[in-house]
Ligand binder design. Structure first.
Ligand code: MN
Length: 217
């Protein structure tokens, strides 16, 4: 059978790129990085855009597969947290913390709320698992550890992008833990409020001299 030369699959990160003007936002440019032998990473960014949410991102296929989780992750297996799949983000995004200026897509403060590595609990290729609508994985982060499942919601009333983020039963379960009680960035120690007040300052002391803006006191 003849095959068309033009692929129906959009270029990686084309949606990410289309939504942003990189002359106007400090977010990283689109860049697909494939490699072997690297640990696969995850990051959760807390983002105060129009509505506060947590962006849950898993490295797969050279990009960060991404879901916006309005209530954030839970360590209680009884909580099924809505996770809306959003456009893939570049791997470089995992370190992004700061302010997306007004009038830009996703305008508001972002912190690196948690980061670390993950491995699959089922399957061998994260991208394949995600494409099939269910991925079970084990996180090794600073705040989140243990097994979680992301599963696409089925049924006529569900939108295409609606998934659920669910904690699996293991030693990482903690029924009293709440995401909002752990508000600091694992990168800088700052909260969203700290970033809003002074985008450049680092709360944790550093030997490096402050560049440009004055340090927060
Ligand atoms: Mn977001």
């Amino acid at each position: 059978m003849a095959t068309s030369k033009t692929s129906k699959k959009p270029a990686p990160l084309s949606q990410y790129e289309a939504k942003r003007d990189f002359a106007r936002t400090p977010e990283p440019r689109a860049n697909v990085r494939k490699g072997t032998g690297r640990a696969v990473r995850f990051v959760v960014q807390k983002h105060r855009a129009t509505r506060l949410h947590y962006d849950f991102r898993l490295e797969a296929d050279g990009v960060l597969k991404s879901w916006a989780v309005p209530k954030g992750p839970s360590l209680d297996p009884a909580d099924k947290r809505l996770a809306m799949q959003v456009e893939d983000h570049p791997l470089d995004y995992r370190d992004f913390e700061g302010i997306i200026p007004e009038d830009n897509y996703g305008a508001g403060e972002v912190i690196v709320w948690d980061k670390g590595t993950y491995r699959l609990a089922e399957g061998v290729d994260a991208a394949v698992e995600i494409a099939a609508g269910k991925i079970k994985f084990i996180l090794t982060g600073k705040k989140l550890t243990g097994m979680f499942t992301l599963v696409k919601m089925r049924g006529r009333n569900q939108t295409e992008n609606a998934w659920l983020l669910i904690k699996d039963k293991d030693s990482g379960v903690d029924l009293s833990w709440r995401a909002e009680d752990h508000a600091e960035s694992v990168k800088s120690g700052r909260t969203l409020e700290d970033v809003a007040k002074n985008p450049r300052a680092r709360k944790w002391s550093s030997n490096r001299p402050a560049s440009g803006e004055s340090k927060e006191r």
